[in-house]
Design a protein around this ligand. Structure first.
Ligand SMILES: NC(=O)c1ccc[n+]([C@@H]2O[C@H](COP(=O)([O-])OP(=O)(O)OC[C@H]3O[C@@H](n4cnc5c(N)ncnc54)[C@H](O)[C@@H]3O)[C@@H](O)[C@H]2O)c1
Length: 607
């Protein structure tokens, strides 16, 4: 076995491939790219991001996947079971080259202790969302979504912009949906009672910007590390708390964070000065959020600090990846391994204090939202009775986008040439000349985003938009304008690909939050439509037992066949998001279906 710590993986670059098809070559390069030290948070353990989200079960499994992909015929399909290659089957050239199932467990067994028992036996792996499905692109992958969320927060704080955020009616819909009822294992506590846009306190500058506001958040890891840059791109000041100094240092190095300090007083003085001056500034502070958030709430009450927005992206979805305040940073891994159950109790108690302070900030007039890490549920299990007093970010800010099939469309230049991304950025801006926010985003991203691993870009596009970009990229590859093929994928966090009652499907209009047929249909349809690889995962984002979700990746290699596949996959995939929201009763989704010609058999009136 190769000693893990000496292993450095980096994807090959360029237009020459060693695999027999670009589908297999792309899957291989993206697996390797996920483990590139520039990209992965802990590559030595095969951990890409999101607590323990891994790209392959073991280094032996990694080597076997790479070898198999190089040998795979263009009419064969490799099956990967939780990070391990388990079979190669004869299919056909329209079929995916890889089908992936990660972390799936039967309902009654879907708990962290059971998952860990099976993981210890070497039988499964935590795939998070894009770690085990080989389409993570570093912190940029969440940056635009985070930027858009904070832009929506800015608008909600500033009634003068009048553009409205969130779904409005959705904020009250979750009341009484009672998670877990009927499953025999939930506690049945109501959720979704938050009021997203009602929490605005009228701060802001009259321009929908965050200038003059202060955001407090936790977690500067692979995904959470996007928060400081997303706030400063919206012109605000932000304080981010992380227990791990190395994470803060990495975000400074990659340009996602302006500075960090060990000293809370200094950090507060810096961000308050920036807030008062209306200047953007991000400051990290080394500390435990379970201690720092309550301390800052005390200072807020004392008038020593004025926090306007509060959220969090520590790895709360996995209690072993959240450091309890009474355990020293140096003892974290050993304590979690020694007594996982005891550690979980401590982590949840800390999260209860952490979330209790977030509720206190909301009571004091701040806009507070859960940022997709299930911290409210963990805090509730730790004894915080009002944990669900504030909303999740999807019902508060994102659902209107999902109703249009809008979601995180990302692409990667297999050439390794940053110029390919610059060219595709311009092409996307030209394709959608009327979409001013998109053009603004592409411009800002081009100026500020530091590439991690293979050059990549993300932007949010909707139904009957994404395939236009895919086809354009394919033409650019075919004409030789780009130096190599383009991989096109997305997060599992998308409009039609996930069931996650604490996040993407929180407070659905028809109460269908926990119905997981939708992501499975999404994966089946993408498989039937010509995707290069398709994945079905459990537990990403919010933890084991709390989500089921699917991913797809396509490849623009410049061929006519690729164009046909791209057109179908990139139309059908976001189409399932519109379909899902039509079915749940969202009028905007029905309008989009009618306007853009999506056939939903029981929709009234039909298109
Ligand atoms: N909102 C979204 O769209 C979205 C997307 C992806 C992931 N997530 C979720 O966000 C969370 C973070 O993801 P990530 O990829 O950044 O994870 P990560 O594991 O890379 O980083 C988590 C960070 O939290 C820090 N941390 C842990 N306990 C802490 C404590 N008590 N106080 C302060 N800091 C603490 C860790 O040191 C680490 O830097 C996960 O729960 C993930 O599932 C949300």
């Amino acid at each position: 076995m190769t000693p893990a710590r000496t292993r450095i993986v980096r994807a090959p670059r360029g237009a020459e491939r060693t695999a027999k098809s670009w589908g297999a070559e792309a899957a291989k390069r993206m697996l390797m790219n996920n483990l590139d030290p520039e990209v992965a948070e802990h590559p030595e353990d095969l951990v890409v991001y999101g607590g323990t989200g891994k790209a392959a079960r073991s280094w032996e499994a990694f080597d076997a996947i790479v070898r198999t992909l190089d040998e795979l015929e263009p009419d064969e399909t490799l099956l990967v079971q939780s990070g391990k290659p388990v079979g190669v089957f004869r299919t056909h050239e329209w079929a995916p080259r890889v089908l992936i199932a990660n972390s799936n467990l039967v309902g009654d067994w879907a708990t962290w202790p059971e998952f860990r028992r099976l993981e210890q036996l070497g039988l499964t792996m935590y795939g998070q969302m894009t770690a085990g499905s080989w389409i993570y692109i570093g912190t940029q992958g969440i940056l635009q979504g985070t930027y858009e969320t904070f832009a929506a927060v800015a608008r909600s704080l500033d009634p003068s912009t009048g553009s409205g955020t969130g779904e409005g009616s959705g904020t009250g819909k979750g009341t009484g949906t009672g998670k877990g009822t009927g499953t025999g294992k939930g506690t049945g506590t109501g959720k979704g009672t938050g009021t997203g846009k009602d929490t605005g306190s009228g701060k802001g500058t009259g321009s929908g910007s965050l200038a003059g506001t202060l955001t407090l958040t936790g977690g500067a890891g692979g995904m959470g590390g996007a928060q400081p840059l997303a706030v400063t791109l919206n012109e605000g000041a932000v304080l981010v708390v992380d227990v791990d100094e190395s994470r803060l240092a990495r975000r400074v190095e990659h340009g996602y964070l302006d500075e960090y300090t060990q000293n809370l007083d200094d950090a507060v003085a810096r961000v308050m000065a920036a807030k008062d001056a209306g200047e953007p500034l991000s400051v990290g502070v080394v500390g435990n959020a379970a201690d720092v958030f309550p301390e800052l709430l005390r200072r807020q009450h004392a008038g020593e600090v004025a926090v306007d927005i509060v959220t969090d992206q520590t790895s709360a979805h996995d209690p072993l990846a959240y450091l309890p305040s009474e355990i020293a940073f140096a003892d974290w891994k050993a304590e979690a391994a020694r007594d996982p159950e005891g550690f979980t109790v401590k982590a949840r108690a800390s999260m209860a204090r952490h979330v209790g302070a977030m509720v206190g900030f909301q009571d004091a007039g701040a806009a507070v939202f859960d940022y997709g890490n299930s911290i409210r549920r963990e805090a509730e299990l730790g004894g915080c009775e009002r944990a669900f007093a504030f909303p999740g970010f999807v019902p508060a800010y994102i659902r209107p986008l999902f109703a249009e099939g809008r979601g995180p469309f990302r692409w990667v230049a297999l050439s390794g040439d940053p110029e390919d991304i610059a060219k595709t950025d311009r092409a996307v801006a030209e394709l959608f000349p009327d979409d001013a926010p998109l053009r603004r985003w592409l411009e800002k991203a081009g100026q500020t985003v530091h590439f991690e691993g293979l050059p990549a870009r993300i932007c949010w596009l909707g139904y009957k938009e994404r395939h236009l970009a895919g086809l354009k990229f394919n033409e650019m590859v075919a004409s030789g304008e780009l130096a190599g093929p383009i991989v096109i994928g997305r997060d599992h966090l998308d409009s039609g690909s996930v069931a996650s009652p604490y996040r993407e499907t929180e407070a659905m209009a028809d109460g269908s939050d926990a119905i997981a047929d939708w992501p499975l249909l999404n994966a089946l349809l993408n498989t039937a439509s010509g995707a290069a690889w398709v994945s079905i995962h459990h537990g990403g984002g919010v933890g084991i037992g709390r989500s089921i979700h699917a991913g797809q990746v396509t490849v623009a290699d410049g061929t006519a066949l690729a164009a046909e596949k791209l057109e179908r996959v990139l139309t059908n995939d976001p189409g399932t998001g519109v379909m899902r929201h039509v079915d749940a009763g969202y009028e905007r989704a029905a309008e989009v279906a009618r306007e853009r010609g999506l056939n939903v058999p029981m929709m009234t009136p039909r298109p």
